[in-house]
Write a protein that binds this ligand. Structure first.
Ligand code: TYD
Ligand code: ZN
Length: 415
């Protein structure tokens, strides 16, 4: 084990005010760090502990491992594995085109963290000028294979200037499930203001703090998610860089996300959604510390409930298999103390994860065929954000007497 505390912050990454963790999920490995048995001795751990900035309301983790440990040439996350996510990104692209690009002459679209090109494919198909910026080389190579123009670098003001010199300014800068990954939010905001045309828009979506608090979906908190955004904290964070929040639209993806549209201050009419959601968040208490103390108690209850269920099933000799070796599941297995005695293996369709062990908990990850070959008594639904898609296609498992264990919003057994 190698501990490294050098990336822990005592000041808010957005506004610089002092922050302190309000709870800890304990010693945590890299969420996507699926590993082989011989790599266990060198497994990297850090302390996963979230903080709420009382000054600007940003929700953030205190310590984040070096991004190079997470987004590297072997990054295990491929966006295109879910059918529903493909449909979602096609819809995202259509909304961007309809609202912001139609009628523009030779528009230029930039995506930060373009992964395997799941979203830019839609622009490429229409022959639009586009550029993907994706530091993880293996996923970027997949995008290039689909003809998506991609560079593998980390985005900031310098890269923004380089892109402007080569392609000109962007009509749209977009990203999905990426902004919350980048600790240097001020650096990205500075890059965006340089790369964006004066009448351009910056659109991003990420898991939504309001949904996480409401559902106690604490598994959204892991190394990659340095921030969890709300309408309140996004509006404040980007206002510091001259960008105004002009729209916010709830999304169902990742168990509840929000799509934010920002534009140079004063360049656009602000949608009524913004005021409505700001008011709703004030009502929920997202701008005050008390709600986070309650969230901590809810997490502890969720852990107690899940472990007493898994212990019961273990004593009864039931077979429990995990469904979906998600990044999120790393927080659940490590925080709760789930071991291969509780969960025999985790079934996952992503080839790069198969044959490996889950980070920290070291539960074997096996191909989907293993799940189908001999249905377990229970499947612990780690990929709960895809529940609709999964429960629809797993009717044979239920027909064979199998049951789902879910833990969001509550721990329960369902058919
Ligand atoms: P994802 O939803 O991206 O969650 P996270 O961001 O927490 O990693 O990951 C879903 C994982 O579940 C991915 O590894 C693929 C796997 N999966 C299956 O094995 N079967 C399925 O039917 C679905 C939808 C996903
Ligand atoms: Zn702050």
């Amino acid at each position: 084990m190698s501990d490294n505390k050098s990336n822990a912050v005592s000041k808010c990454r957005v506004c610089g005010a002092g922050i302190a963790a309000f709870m800890s999920f304990g010693r945590m490995p890299i969420a996507n760090g699926f590993l082989r048995a011989e790599e266990i001795a060198d497994e990297y751990f850090f302390e996963l502990a979230p903080a709420f900035c009382e000054s600007c309301t940003m929700f953030q983790i205190v310590e984040q491992p070096d991004p190079k440990k997470m987004f590297h040439e072997n990054y295990a996350f491929f966006s295109s594995t879910s059918r529903h996510m493909q449909t979602h990104f096609a819809g995202f692209a259509k909304a961007v085109i309809d609202k912001h690009l139609s009628g523009r002459k030779d528009p230029f679209v930039v995506e930060l963290g373009s992964n395997d090109g799941i979203m830019l494919r839609n622009f490429h198909a229409l022959g639009m000028r586009h550029l993907g910026i994706e530091p993880s080389v293996n996923v970027a190579d997949v995008a290039r294979g689909h003809g998506i123009n991609t560079i593998s670098e980390f985005f900031g003001p310098q890269l923004a200037d380089k892109v402007v010199a080569e392609y000109g300014q962007a009509d749209v800068i977009q990203c999905a499930n990426v902004m919350c990954h980048i600790p240097d939010l001020p650096g990205v905001a500075a890059g965006v203001t340089r790369l964006l045309k004066p009448d351009g828009v910056f659109i991003f979506e990420d898991p939504y703090l309001g949904a996480m608090i409401e559902k106690t979906s604490y598994d959204q908190i892991y190394d990659e998610h340095v921030f969890i955004f709300s309408v309140t904290n996004v509006a404040r964070a980007f206002a510091l860089h001259g960008l105004e929040l002009v729209d916010a639209e709830p999304q169902t993806t990742h168990g509840g996300s929000m799509r934010y549209t920002l534009a140079p201050k004063g360049s656009r009419t602000v949608s009524a959604n913004v005021a409505t959601l700001l008011q709703k968040e004030r009502g929920q208490g997202l701008d005050r510390p008390e709600i986070y103390a309650q969230f901590k108690r809810n997490c502890e209850k969720s852990r107690t409930d899940l472990m007493s269920l898994l212990e019961d099933l273990r004593r009864q000799g039931k077979r429990v298999v995990g469904y979906g070796a998600t990044s999120k599941s790393t927080t659940v297995t490590n925080y709760c103390g789930i071991t291969p005695q509780h969960v025999e293996f985790i079934s996952d369709t992503t080839p790069i994860k198969q044959g490996k062990l889950s980070p920290g908990a070291h539960i074997p990850v096996k191909p989907y065929a293993e799940f189908e070959r001999a249905f377990p008594d229970y499947a612990l639904l780690f990929a709960w954000n895809h529940a609709t898609e999964i429960r629809e296609k797993e009717q044979a498992f239920i027909a064979a007497g199998g049951r789902w264990i879910t833990f969001v919003p509550d721990v329960k057994i369902v058919s």
